[in-house]
Design a protein around this ligand. Structure first.
Ligand SMILES: Cc1ncc(COP(=O)(O)O)c(C=O)c1O
Length: 290
């Protein structure tokens, strides 16, 4: 897979971080994944806002301005000999001189950007995903709040592996109150009786940037929608379900546990896919006009 990296401003094929980098040692880092669409990054501002919120949650400093990070992203993208990219922006707390859980006072954060090629025109899957609800729970908000996008993804990795062992594509995680949170790298949406529903942030989820764009699209198209606490039994009355994330946009769901969704991809899923593509088209056209 074609790949380019930028570590603290130095572009190379594969950057090497120190074994004493805290991101490597402890997952002590924050990150964002942005995509480009027609060669323009999409939603970078929103992603950088969330990066700063995640860093603040970890009491971590991000010593670069948004414009500086954007310039590094664009500098890296300009070196790519492909059109559209997955863009990963990582800030680790820094590189230690000895191994210690206690962050040393003199740490300088590291900024790493990794880009790789993705297919230029996104296409929605027609087969849909099979999700299962594993026994493993989503991290508690009081432990490591899922609202912070940190380099520590073990909760999600374990859930994904367990879902795959159960013969499914991905896991749908519950919190300790038995409420549905999200999948391992995406937010959940269901359609019930014409209303599009998604779990609220309070149950313990990452507040997806795609989720925010979809909320705007739902509002613009006057489609009834609500953030609502959902429990597994609520899924059985869903007509459609899908997941959302920045790189894969919308992923229709065909089955959750043993329940097969009546429609996949359903009509509202298809409409929202089109609305999201339209938002991205408008953004890329506006960027070219500037
Ligand atoms: C746990 C989790 N939830 C939701 C999302 C979707 O977020 P976004 O739409 O910002 O990509 C992600 C994306 O990586 C994620 O890792």
């Amino acid at each position: 897979m074609p790949l380019l990296t930028n570590l603290n401003g130095h572009i190379s094929q594969t950057a090497q971080v120190s074994v004493l980098d805290r991101g490597f040692l402890y997952g002590d880092s924050v990150y964002e994944v942005v995509r480009t669409f027609r060669s323009r990054h999409f939603g970078l501002k929103e992603h950088l806002d969330r990066l700063r919120q995640s860093a603040a949650y970890l009491y971590m400093d991000v010593p670069w301005t948004d414009s500086e990070i954007q310039a590094e992203v664009e500098k890296t993208l300009a070196q790519a000999d492909w059109s559209d990219s997955y863009v990963r922006i990582v800030v680790s707390r820094g590189t230690e001189s000895t191994i210690s859980l206690q962050p040393s006072a003199a740490l300088q954060p590291n900024l790493l950007i990794v880009i790789s090629s993705i297919p230029p025109e996104p296409e929605m899957s027609q087969t849909g995903l099979h999700l299962v609800i594993p026994e493993r729970l989503r991290n508690s908000k009081q432990a490591l709040d899922p609202a912070a996008k940190t380099g520590n993804y073990l909760n999600n990795i374990l859930a994904l592996l367990e879902a795959q062992q159960m013969g499914a594509d991905d896991a749908l995680l519950l919190n300790d109150r038995g409420e549905i949170t999200e999948a391992t790298t995406s937010n959940l949406w269901i359609v019930r009786d014409g209303t599009v529903q998604t779990p609220p942030v309070e149950v313990g989820i990452l507040q997806g940037i795609t989720r925010t764009f979809l909320m705007q699209a739902l509002h613009q198209h006057n489609i009834p929608h609500q953030e609502i606490v959902l429990r597994p039994a609520d899924l059985d009355s869903a007509q459609e379900a899908f997941l959302s994330s920045s790189v894969r946009l919308l992923m229709p769901v065909r089955q959750i546990n043993d329940f097969v969704l009546p429609s996949c991809p359903g009509p509202l899923t298809q409409l929202l896919w089109q609305a999201l593509i339209q938002q991205m088209e408008q953004h890329s056209t506006a960027a070219q006009v500037k």
